[in-house]
Design a protein. Structure first.
Length: 92
């Protein structure tokens, strides 16, 4: 299933994370792999802690950052698709 703006997404149950100042460290418990996120990625990760529609994340990012909608949408969908492919995200 592909991530779209209408997808409802959340962090997978087999993933733990912690905040590191403005960044985030993520551990996939199934695979034992660590991931790191920059400040914008960490903000997205924080929004994923409860089920949320992707379009709501996009709206939040557009309110909080100076970025064009097209660029933001493309980068967000790409990051969420990568998270899903790595087992960090589930789509409801």
């Amino acid at each position: 299933m592909k991530v779209t703006l209408e997808s409802k997404v959340t962090v997978d149950d087999e993933v733990v994370s912690c905040d590191l100042e403005d960044e985030a460290a993520i551990l996939d418990l199934k695979e034992g792999i660590y991931y790191g996120l920059d400040p914008v990625g960490a903000r997205i990760w924080k929004l994923l802690q409860k089920p949320v529609k992707v379009k709501e994340i996009l709206e939040t990012l557009l309110d909080e950052y100076e970025v064009g909608e097209e660029e933001c949408r493309g980068d967000l969908l790409e990051l969420l698709e990568e998270m899903k492919d790595n087992g960090l995200l589930k789509i409801e």
